[in-house]
Write a protein that binds this ligand. Structure first.
Ligand code: ADP
Length: 427
């Protein structure tokens, strides 16, 4: 659909076909801006990827993303419309998406009904099932990589870390997932993994939709495993025989799993059953995405909400975090995720700051229903839980993304260059 706001802009053509609009955000590899596609009169989002100064050029991750995306066409996978080099940068043209699932989850004005959650989960799993059918792992499933269009359709995006799996002689780098969504086999350093890593991450997203905050917020890989085991019990070797042979395996103190119902008091029995299957420790026994889609959770009442009827988040940039929390959300409050005892300490912000941060990354925002108690009470029902990266809050930089050596890069670039048919000159 054409965006009239773009019509008012001076005609800043980008590679003839696109009229440049506002900047939408800055990603890992460069800025993303809004544009008008004069060929189709559609609004698009163009990801401008800085190419290296050296001839070696195009970032391998970007090339990989292009190659995969060009092959993937599904209603629940973002469409790559075009790719072209321009003024020394690589431009990827995607369909424009209004929002993402993280914005939905964080918007305290939005109440998600069980049918809404089912709808978001169904779209997520449908997109993932399509990728897995094509032998492609996403590998970076998290709510801000699930974009939402104006028609309410959710689409998997940011395949920068995805890779075709199944080929022999391929060892995967395991440090690719955002930690909170990382499967235990990755945390234990497995070199060979499969579609189960995406299922685990989708389980984390399911949990996050129910709880309205990231489920397992580990501050390190060790802590992440601690949080997983506190939630689901320490796995016994009989439950996951291969575990003890994994490269980074360390023995954890045995803890029993609390009842799953106590973690998700608001979930239906069917939802709980599906969650338990998505969080199965042994990846060989973990439910597949296709099986998850066929699970009775999706056929039982309530039926998933029609995507066009799903609640929409506030427009980007609007302050939604300090909006008073509606009383009906309080009863949906999830439990505090269990942490190792040393993590239970609370970090207080200075008086007058906007909220109280917990060391495990949970920030509690004051809500209008709070009656004066700002001093760090543990009565969470009076606060609005918000999730933020505490490192970001205190100004430290996020950990660097994994890189590959220049030998690998030039080798892969040559390989991908041969596979990709790029046009040499700008359009
Ligand atoms: P990252 O590399 O950190 O995952 P991206 O480069 O994918 O980030 O995106 C940066 C920002 O640009 C996002 O936060 C989002 O706001 C915006 N964005 C990315 N893709 C789209 C799109 N298809 N439609 C609209 N906005 C987008």
């Amino acid at each position: 659909m054409a965006d009239t706001s773009l019509d008012q802009l001076p005609d800043k053509r980008v590679a003839a076909r696109y009229i440049k609009g506002v900047t939408l955000g800055e990603g890992t590899y460069g800025i993303v801006f809004k544009a008008l596609d004069t060929k189709t009169n559609q609004t698009v989002a163009i990801k401008k990827i800085r190419l290296g100064k050296h001839k070696e050029g195009v970032n391998v991750t970007a090339l990989r993303e292009i190659k995969l995306l060009k092959e993937l066409k599904d209603p629940n996978v973002i469409e790559l419309i075009d790719a072209y080099p321009h003024k020394g940068n690589l431009h990827l043209v995607f369909e424009f998406m209004e929002s993402d699932l993280e914005a939905v989850i964080r918007d305290r004005n939005i109440v998600l009904s069980p049918a809404d959650i089912k709808s978001y989960m169904q779209m997520t799993l449908k997109g993932l099932a399509y990728c897995h059918r094509k032998w492609v792992l996403h590998r970076d499933m998290k709510p801000n990589n699930l974009l939402i269009g104006s028609d309410g359709q959710l689409k998997l995006a940011d395949f920068g870390l995805a890779r075709i799996f199944g080929s022999p002689d391929r060892k995967f780098t395991h440090q690719v997932f955002a930690r909170w969504y990382r499967a235990p086999e990755l945390l234990f350093g497995t070199k060979h993994y499969g579609a189960g890593v995406d299922v685990w991450a989708a389980g984390c997203i399911f949990a996050e939709l129910l709880l309205r905050r990231p489920f397992l917020q580990g501050s390190s890989d060790i802590d992440q495993l601690g949080k997983i085991f506190a939630a689901f019990g320490t796995p016994k070797p009989s439950q996951w025989p291969d575990m003890i042979y994994l490269p980074d395996y360390v023995e954890y103190q045995f803890v029993l799993a609390p009842p799953l119902r106590s973690l998700f008091p608001m979930a239906s029995d069917d939802a709980l059953d599906l969650i338990s299957r998505m969080f199965t420790y042994d990846p060989k026994n973990r439910i597949t995405v296709q099986q998850a889609l066929e699970h009775r959770y999706f056929s039982s009442v309530p039926a998933p909400t029609n995507p066009v009827l799903l609640p929409r988040p506030a427009a980007k940039g609007e302050a939604v975090n300090n909006i008073p929390r509606p009383p009906d959300l309080i009863s949906q409050e999830g439990p505090v995720v269990l942490s190792p005892p040393r993590k239970a300490r609370r970090v207080m912000l200075f008086p007058g700051s906007e909220g109280n941060a917990y060391e495990d990354g949970t920030l509690l925002k004051h809500s209008a229903v709070t009656s004066g108690n700002t001093g760090g009470s543990t009565t969470q029902s009076k606060y609005m839980p918000m999730s933020v990266d505490v490192d970001a809050l205190f100004g430290s930089k996020p950990p660097p993304r994994p890189t590959i050596s220049s030998t690998d890069r030039s080798h892969l670039k040559r390989k991908l260059d041969m596979e990709l048919e790029f046009q040499d000159s700008p359009k």
